[in-house]
Design a protein around this ligand. Structure first.
Ligand code: DPP
Ligand code: ZN
Length: 877
């Protein structure tokens, strides 16, 4: 595939003002008639040929202003329909195409999922429905007639508002007509046809408009959609309150399907979801599932303004809608649940996904300047780092200027396809600030490292803090500029009190936030009454790595006393990281591992004094850095076995040292009453689970006994699966019995079996690869279903550091085989799996060579999709 570059952007030569679609659904031969009202674009080249995109379509007929096109007037290629000399005035092109939804295994365009017709058009799927200018800067008003067999598809949904429905006499078929008054790019087009159950309610907007909001799910599953429906109503209310945004159509439909490449899709008025992010019940969904459903329902809903009303000019601007909408959904969840705990969870994800991506061959800027395959840029960098950039913007200009900037953006850009420049200009104007350097965050890849050192002068009562930043080179960007880094900070006295923050020199300090925008910055604080412990990057105020050699004792001060809960947590994590690093070093050197007892003592104190005050927070404190976290910390020549051994030794030591406290906590936190997914109850379960997990590491027999009992007695999936997850790390008959029991109980529910697949794939034992291979032959497994593949193969490759990275390379070979086999069917999912190699260069030489060989085998496979060849090529570059 050719490289597409941002600098080459040009408007289209033609515009499409209205689209009238007539879609006659049929399982293998769906007919689509598209009537496109075209006109020359004043910004385009006069007289240019018109090239419409197409993919895997059969053209049946083509008419211009109602007259059949002569063969010489146009040409059809596998990827286009070219009209050589279009009229230089408004004209109508009517194209009839045929496609086969049942053969569509790529799950892009129109396809069937468990007998339900559905669509996925982002990024470039609409060209698989009809020939079109398939790019986001072509905005059209759509009217869609959908026709289907009444028995097969009693429900017919489209974008916008319903206009009319009726029978097609004598055929057993019926139709529905939908009209969407808001001009939109074709990637937001959607339709659904099928037999579905619905839950719905009337939502009254702030200005008093009644909207019918509905969620449609497979027959018999309606009860499991009520939580999502409630989350939708709460999202709508929140967007009115916090961003002043109201919903704009008469209906809002959400449809859940079981075969879906992504999490969900924000099609105008008709969101289509992976059912994993809709269906929830106490018996079948965990607390984490509920939280994800709430966040993703909100995310897609929030796109109605940030993405749909204001869309992207081109795909380079993807972060314009995604980073911003992730920020909005994070804020929603923070308001609905615990803000500090949400922040910790988000930073864990950011580090695990985005920092990993940024440190390897797939690193790219939040706004990439080029791509070969846009599907590969729905990344942690665009989404998660994109959200961090918005968060920094808000920190730098303040909440009020931020809201004024958002208001201006909605007012000025509504109805347009905008750029990141358009967006930032609104905030520059609203705040009166020059944001040109801030823009570097969008253009420069790589995770900046901030180094800090300090000196306290007791006689002068001054405290000097020296900060410096540097960003390591990334592919295609050797030289880096300094970025604008908001460093939220405080000074904490040894006794725990917050010390005054008075900058004695001229430095940019406002509301406890220092702005580091050059290579280095020194600040001297005056009237500092005692030696302070610096608490830097409070709330994780910037997506950077912080290097500061604080003494362990200082970290314990922050852990106990910092008024910023994020930095309390961070201090404990930093100490744990140090302890695990030392254990890993010893393991690698073949020496006995000794575990510094002070971490256990600090946690003991925490459990005694504070764990009960915020259960969810305490659960985060007890969760050690992961093996992948440790690998990134080590940075190079990583031996995953040594990391595993070192980390496990620390976990065992903590479990043993804290055993009595953990057992008592576990007992105290036992469920009372019926399951409720609310944040407080979920926090209690999370802490109870963390206690059991640590306890089981310290004492396998006791852990097994408790987990087996919990598994048997559980009345909800969080407790049942939590027990199973603990057992998964305890080899023996109890584990196998519980796994078999779980499979039997939920044999008819694929979403629940996904948990079972995923868990087994992450067992850190030599037999796991064979187990995973065996599970690929399980009747419930299917390579055709993205959720199954991600659960089994994705969890193995992304969540099992020792077994994916087996020294013999068999884990890499297995993944390469799956990617090669899956690519012809579903290139998007195959390419995503292959990103499991994104940190291969950090490995020790033996594994590195084996990973490289596997990647080369993939890269050398004939006929690769653009998706997989892009990832393999960049991974090896
Ligand atoms: N549906 C995906 C999302 O919402 C892509 N737009 O992030
Ligand atoms: Zn999104």
């Amino acid at each position: 595939a050719p490289v597409v570059r941002l600098e080459d952007y040009r408007p289209t030569d033609y515009l499409i003002d209205t689209v009238k679609l007539d879609v006659r659904l049929h399982p293998t031969a769906t007919r689509v008639t598209a009537e496109l009202a075209l006109r020359p674009n004043p910004k385009g080249t006069p007289g240019a040929a018109l090239t419409l995109d197409g993919d895997e379509l059969r053209l049946v007929s083509a008419r211009l202003d109602g007259v059949a096109l002569g063969a010489a007037a146009y040409a059809v290629t596998p990827s286009s329909l070219v009209l050589h000399a279009p009229p230089q005035r408004p004209f109508t092109l009517t194209l009839e195409t045929e496609l086969d939804p049942s053969a569509n295994t790529k799950l892009m365009g129109l396809y069937r999922s468990s007998g339900i017709y559905c669509t996925q058009c982002e990024a470039e799927g609409f060209r698989r429905i009809t020939y079109f200018l398939d790019r986001p800067d072509v905005l059209s008003v759509y009217t869609t007639r959908i026709e289907a067999d009444r028995e097969e598809a009693p429900l017919l949904l489209g974008n916008g508002n319903p206009v009319e429905r009726g029978e097609v006499p004598g055929t057993g078929r019926h139709y529905a007509l939908w009209h969407d008054p808001f001009p939109k790019p074709c990637y937001l087009f959607a339709l659904v046809g099928g037999r579905l159950d619905k839950v719905s309610q009337t939502y009254v907007t702030g200005s008093g408009r009644a909207v019918e909001i509905a969620i449609h799910v497979e027959a018999g599953k309606g009860e499991r959609a009520t939580y999502a429906l409630d989350a939708l109503a709460r999202s709508m209310r929140w967007d009115e309150k916090v961003f002043g945004r109201e919903y704009d159509l008469d209906v809002f439909n959400v449809v859940a399907v079981s075969d879906f490449n992504m999490g969900a899709m924000e099609n105008k008025g008709l969101n289509i979801f992976n059912d994993k992010y809709v269906l929830a019940s106490a018996e079948k969904a965990t607390d984490a599932d509920y939280a994800n459903i709430e966040a993703i329902i909100a995310h897609e809903y929030f796109h109605n303004w940030t993405g749909n009303r204001i869309t992207c000019r081109d795909w380079f601007q993807l972060c314009l809608k995604e980073g911003l909408t992730v920020f909005r959904d994070q804020e929603f969840s923070s308001d609905e649940r615990s803000r500090p705990v949400k922040r910790i969870a988000d930073v864990r994800t950011l580090r695990a996904q985005q920092f990993a991506e940024d440190a390897g061959p797939l690193a790219h800027p939040v706004r990439p300047a080029q791509y070969r395959e846009i599907n590969n840029f729905y990344t942690a960098t665009v989404y998660e780092k994109g959200a961090e950039v918005i968060r920094m913007l808000k920190t730098l200009i303040g909440a009020e200027a931020f809201r004024r900037g958002m208001d201006l953006y909605f007012e000025r850009c509504d109805g347009t396809a905008a750029t990141v420049e358009d967006f930032i200009a609104c905030f520059a104007e609203a705040s009166g600030r020059d944001l040109s350097q801030f823009f570097t965050w969008y253009e420069q890849a790589g995770t900046p490292t901030v180094t800090a050192s300090s000196h306290y002068d007791p006689a002068a009562r001054t405290y000097r803090l020296d900060l410096a930043q540097r960003t390591p080179p990334t592919p295609g960007q050797a030289e880096k500029r300094p970025v604008v880094i908001p460093v939220a900070l405080g000074l904490v006295g040894e006794s725990g009190r917050e010390l005054p923050l008075k900058a004695g020199n001229e430095v940019p300090l406002a509301n406890g936030v220092l702005t580091l925008d050059g290579p280095a910055l020194s600040v001297t604080f005056t009237d500092v009454p005692e030696r302070p412990v610096p608490s830097l990057l409070r709330g994780f105020s910037a997506p950077v790595r912080l290097e500061m050699d604080l003494a362990d004792e200082d970290l314990f001060v922050l852990f106990r006393h910092d008024r910023d809960p994020f930095n309390q947590w961070q201090a404990a994590q930093t100490v744990a990281t140090r302890v695990i690093l030392e254990a890993t070093r010893a393991a690698r050197a073949g020496q006995a591992i000794s575990v510094d007892a002070r971490l256990g003592e600090a946690l003991a104190h925490f459990l005694d004094s504070r764990a009960e005050a915020d259960h969810a927070f305490a659960a985060q404190v007890l969760a050690l850095p992961t093996e992948a976290d440790m690998a990134r910390e080590i940075g190079g020549d990583v031996d995953p076995d040594a990391v595993f051994t070192g980390r496990l030794a620390v976990k065992r030591a903590l479990g043993a040292a804290l055993a009595d406290r953990l057992a008592a906590l576990y007992g105290r936190l036992a469920s009372r009453g019926a399951y409720s997914p609310d944040a407080a109850s979920a926090g209690r379960r999370a802490l109870r689970h963390a206690a059991l997990d640590l306890l089981a590491a310290g004492d396998a027999a006791r852990g097994t006994e408790l987990a087996v009992a919990q598994f048997a007695a559980a009345d909800n999936m969080t407790d049942r699966f939590g027990a199973l997850a603990v057992l998964a790390h305890l080899p023996g008959a109890a584990r196998e019995t519980a796994l078999a029991d779980f499979a039997g109980r939920f044999h008819d529910d694929p979403l629940v079996l996904d948990k079972w697949f995923a868990l087994q794939a992450t067992i850190p034992e030599a037999g796991t690869l064979d187990r995973v291979r065996e599970l690929t032959r399980h009747p419930a497994f299917s390579m055709g279903n993205p959720n199954r593949v991600r659960s089994l193969v994705g969890s193995f490759a992304m969540g099992n550091a020792t077994q994916f990275n087996r020294a013999d390379g068999a884990g890499y070979d297995f993944l390469a085989d799956v990617v090669i086999a899956l690519d012809p069917k579903n290139p998007q999912v195959a390419a995503r799996l292959l990103t499991a190699f994104r940190t291969w260069r950090m490995l020790e030489p033996g594994r590195r060579a084996k990973a490289e060989a596997a990647l080369k085998r993939v890269a050398g496979t004939p006929g690769l999709s653009p998706d997989v060849s892009d990832i393999s090529g960049r991974s090896l570059a």
